[in-house]
Structures are given as structure tokens and as C-alpha cells.
Design a protein around this ligand. Structure first.
Ligand SMILES: [Mn+2]
Length: 411
């Protein structure tokens, strides 16, 4: 058993008052079309607390005075369906992954819950209710939440989503190791891809070189790869990747890998021909300086908002120097996104972005510069671990200096 799952649950459960139940759901696959579903992605809060990465699993905890009873509900074995979809999780597998001893069947969950609500003297129901848009499909937790409000209005209703998000904001050693592995694979795949760039190729061919190394490592992209050449790079989430890569252009790669579920998120901007022009160098240096200055300022106590201001100040100075603008108000024409977000199980990881950073927070630092008129988009993104004494750049081995990238591409 991986002890940290039990440890995480223990620290979460300390926040529950007596006579409470907590329910968490792994989720179910989302329908795509006809009889096809999208690939299943487990609810990350559920995974964080149990280590279980399967659909239709429920975690239930009953907390009474002096007792805590944890249970998992899993799908009943079904040999007919298992012939199609593979073996279901067994009770023993569940126990060894999660450390939860008591296992029951998912099919009996509602009955069990009803009995508990009718006889159990339950005063609080705790659920993981995330803030979703009005028109998005309700989560399983939201469905149960509606039932409780409707039929058991006397029971207090607590949302633990912010609390679990807050726990996930600070990473433990095992999580950092997983992110390091994803970054190592990203580095290998990125460097391999750089050796294969040639004018005349399509952007998706480069993506194929990247994906090849990911596959060799048993990893997958942690989000849709952005391979944006020339003017495509001014679109922040350009994912079509179907245009021809032209001589003289820059190409912006924003990409990541996910192995053991933890993500990397890296951006590099490289010259298609392997050599930056003087103009490209001048612009690139501004972004690189912003990247380094923001990394330097990333330490316990700093806020993401402060980091944003540092990035803006450096980019403004650089553009002023190049006479591209004259006033601060004009900056949003060239730089129009935040410099940082948390990273972890989710690429844009959960946690309060207003809170001051602390040791164990993992953030990206990704200033950018976008010149629509010149068909140039530049962004440089690293993954930064906040430490007691400041920070450690987990992606420092991925080339970002002009000479490093040119040298690599010469080979
Ligand atoms: Mn990012």
C-alpha cells in the first residue's frame, strides 16, 4: 500500500465533525457518439485521496465520535462485460492500492446510503462540489447533492472541494518525483523533435516526433500539444497543428507529458531553420529575461499576482526599448495572459491562486510576447518548485538559451 493515500485521507478527515459522512466518486466515462465513450479520466480529487483510477468507484466515510469507517464500492465482477472491457478491479487490488479494507459493491451503494441516512443519525453530508459552468453536465456528486437538499434538508451540506484543492496545492515528495519523470520525458521528446524540424514540413509532423518518444516512455501528452509556427503562435491555444512550417519562421511548442498521472507543461520557441534572426533574438531575449526574473522572484510568500507584475514590467521595458509601444496601456496588445498557474495532477492545477506561495507549491512561469503584425509569437515556460529557500527549476535541463537551442539544432 502506498501510505500517502491513507495519510492524505487522514488529514482531510480531521476536518470532519462527528456524525458526518463523506462521499467521493471516481466518475464515469463521458459519452462521445453512438455507443462510443471518451476515454475515462478519473476525478483527480478522488484519485489523490485513494490512488484508484477506475470508473464507477465510490468512497464513503462515516465519522462518528471515536470511530472512522471507510469503505469503497466497486463494480461487481461480470465476466460477460469483462470479455469486452477487461478485468474489473478486484477487492484485493482495491485494498492494496488504497489501504481501505472494507469493500462492497457499487450496485448496492444507494441502498447502503439510504439505510445510513434513515438510521444513522447523520448530521453532515460532505461532498466534492466543484464550481462548474451553468450549462455543463452535473457531476455525480452534484446529482447526490440535489437529492440531499431535496429530501434531507435537515442534514447539513458541506462542500469539501476547496479544502481538497488546498491540500493538492502543496505537493509531497511522491508527487514531485512523478512530475520530474514527466519533465524528463518531455525533455527527451522535445530534443528529439528539434533534430527533425525542417521547413516545408507540417506542424503535425513535428507533433508526431514528439509523441513517438512519449509513447516509447509509456507517457501521453498532458494536454493538446501546441505546435504553432509563424503567425499561428499568437493564438494561445492553437491546436490545429496542420499548417506548413516555413523557412525564416519561429515555431512555438507548448507541450507536456503525463506519466503516473502527473503533468509537465513546457513551452519553447525555436527557429525553423535552426538560427534565430537578429529581430527574433531581440524579441526572444525580452521573454527570456522576463522568464528568468519571474523565476528569481518565485519563493515562499510571493503571490502569483506579484509574479504577473514582474513579467509585465520586464516585457514593457523591452518593448519600450524596441519602440513598439510608449505607454503601459498598450502592453495587452503584445502580452495577454497570466504568467503562472499551479501544476500537478491537472495541467492548470487546483488551489487558491491568490494565496502566497509556500514550499511544495509547483507553478509554471511562462511569459510571452505576441506580434500579430510580424507573425511572431514567443513564449518560454518552465516548471518551478517552490522550496524553503526559494525555488528549484525542475525543467532547467530543457534548453532555452539562444545558443543552446541553435547548438542543438545544428546536429
Ligand atoms: Mn502552462
Amino acid at each position: 500500500m502506498k501510505a500517502f493515500y491513507a495519510k492524505r485521507r487522514q488529514s482531510l478527515l480531521e476536518n470532519l465533525s462527528d456524525d458526518s459522512i463523506l462521499m467521493l466518486f471516481s466518475g464515469s466515462p463521458v459519452g462521445k457518439s453512438a455507443d462510443a465513450d471518451y476515454r475515462f479520466y478519473v476525478n483527480n480529487h478522488f484519485f489523490y485521496l485513494t490512488g484508484i483510477d477506475r470508473e464507477h468507484v465510490v468512497y464513503l466515510c462515516e465519522k462518528k465520535k471515536n470511530t472512522v469507517k471507510e469503505m469503497l464500492f466497486i463494480k461487481k465482477p461480470n465476466i460477460d462485460l469483462e470479455k469486452w472491457f477487461g478485468f474489473y478491479l478486484t477487492e484485493d487490488e482495491c485494498r492494496s492500492i488504497s489501504g481501505i479494507e472494507e469493500i462492497s459493491y457499487y450496485e448496492g451503494f444507494d441502498d447502503y446510503l439510504l439505510k445510513l441516512l434513515n438510521n444513522g443519525n447523520i448530521k453532515n453530508v460532505c461532498l466534492d462540489l466543484e464550481n462548474r459552468s451553468f450549462d455543463s453536465n452535473p457531476t455525480i456528486a452534484q446529482k447526490y447533492s440535489s437529492i440531499f437538499i431535496d429530501r434531507y434538508p435537515h442534514i447539513m451540506h458541506n462542500n469539501l472541494h476547496p479544502l481538497i484543492s488546498d491540500m493538492r496545492r502543496v505537493k509531497d515528495a511522491s508527487e514531485i518525483e512523478s512530475v520530474k519523470t514527466s519533465i524528463r520525458i518531455t525533455k527527451e521528446a522535445f530534443c528529439h523533435m528539434l533534430l527533425n524540424i525542417k521547413a516545408g514540413m507540417k506542424e503535425y509532423e513535428m507533433e508526431a516526433h514528439y509523441n513517438f518518444i512519449l509513447n516509447l516512455n509509456g507517457a501521453e501528452p498532458s494536454f493538446e500539444t501546441i505546435a504553432a509556427s509563424g503567425g499561428n503562435a499568437v493564438i494561445l491555444h492553437y491546436i490545429k497543428n496542420n499548417q506548413e512550417v516555413k523557412t525564416g519562421d519561429l515555431i512555438l511548442f507548448d507541450l507536456g507529458a503525463s506519466k503516473s498521472k502527473y503533468c509537465s507543461d513546457i513551452t519553447r520557441t525555436v527557429p525553423v531553420d535552426g538560427i534565430y534572426t537578429e529581430r527574433q533574438k531581440a524579441l526572444y531575449r525580452i521573454v527570456l529575461e522576463a522568464n528568468k526574473k519571474v523565476i528569481d522572484a518565485s519563493k515562499p510568500g510571493a503571490t502569483i499576482n506579484e509574479l504577473n507584475e514582474i513579467a509585465k514590467a520586464v516585457i514593457f521595458e523591452g518593448l519600450l526599448h524596441l519602440k513598439l509601444l510608449h505607454h503601459k496601456d498598450e502592453l495587452t496588445k503584445y502580452y495577454y495572459h497570466g504568467v503562472s498557474h499551479y501544476l500537478g495532477l491537472d495541467v492548470h492545477d487546483v488551489g487558491d491562486r491568490e494565496k502566497p506561495l509556500e514550499a511544495g507549491c509547483l507553478i509554471t512561469v511562462e511569459p510571452g510576447l505576441y506580434l500579430w503584425d510580424e507573425g511572431i509569437g514567443i513564449r518560454i515556460e518552465d516548471d518551478i518548485l517552490i522550496t524553503e529557500s526559494g525555488n528549484f527549476n525542475l525543467s532547467h535541463e530543457i534548453p532555452k538559451e539562444i545558443y543552446e537551442i541553435e547548438e542543438l539544432m545544428r546536429n
